[in-house]
Design a protein around this ligand. Sequence first.
Ligand SMILES: [Zn+2]
Ligand SMILES: [Zn+2]
Length: 390
Amino acid sequence: MLASAAKLSDWIVGIRRELHEYPELMYEEIKTGAVVRRTLDELGIKYKYPMATTGIVAAIGDGKGPCVALRADMDALPIHEEVDVPFRSKVDGKMHACGHDCHTAMLLGAARLLKERESDVHGTVKLIFQPAEEGGAGGERMCDEGALNNPDVQRIFGIHVWPYLPMGAVGSRTGVFLAAAGVLEITVTGRGGHAAMPHTTLDPVMTSAKIVTELQTIVSREVDPLEPAVISVTTIHGGDAHNVIPQSVKMGGTVRSLTLDGLRFLQKRVREVAQQVAIANRCEATVEFPGNDYPPVLNDATAWGSARAMAEEMLGKNAVVELPPVMGGEDFAFYTQRVPGCFVVLGVKQDGDGPVYGVHHPLFTANEKALPVGAALHASYALRALEELR
Ligand SMILES: [Zn+2]
Ligand SMILES: [Zn+2]
């Protein structure tokens, strides 16, 4: 499979670069989806579209069970690309900084590999191209609109490119792999006034500073030190002048845990602490958790065991690593809530000893030599899982 994929390398890289030039944000994956559908049409693969606004589900095989799904996400990020490559983003302020262009191209590579072997596909392989992974819970909407039904998916597999691992290495683990994550917004309202007369105001800046530091004691004093938890305040906006105490301050951030219960606990305590610290400072805090809370990505032991063995056979034992959990979130979690599955990361570190820029960084790059490897992993996993499920 790896040798076949290597022969498709230029084709897969070509698709990836085409997608990379025109990044699209969540639920706006119009051009991206068109490239996917055009390619599926060229390959003679049938698909259902639209699902979850811009999503696509293709199917290869005899249309019956067993059924295995492979998943890619298609959306980009509101980041201005700073990488100097001929195929850099042509859209100011948008960039494929999380490698979802690679994911889509790898899954199309797998589509071609599997279509060439369709007589060996005993059952159905579904290819899920979903929108809105970056906060929009596109995976949940795909599930709600039936992406896992008819025939019913019995196992699902997904890959994320990972710049922190050497090119072609594969990593994952059994159990919780990625965290439960949610968005945090706090508005602190006081009473503005002249900065020279603080006693005539109710200062939301000072109050916000206390809230930020006080929130950290939830993690350090209330959560078991052996249970990972993150509360990060990442934005603070308030005030316009040196001599004016503003009326209010807005803060944003993220809350994470390895369990949904842990996430709910953190959210409850963030609300209580922020509100009570505000009251102690004669201000008022409103706390919201807008958007979509992502559950943790739970890898099934059998699914990862199978993926691990498959990757070891393909790439060698040394190329496969057990990883600790990561506090990043992933909406692949919505699939693993419903069916057993396995999410793995694929090393895309560049050759040499240059600096590593992580996902979501304006200088993030992926080593394209890993793309045929990803396509081969997808295709091999599907065939192997179908055999195991028969
Ligand atoms: Zn991302
Ligand atoms: Zn991502």
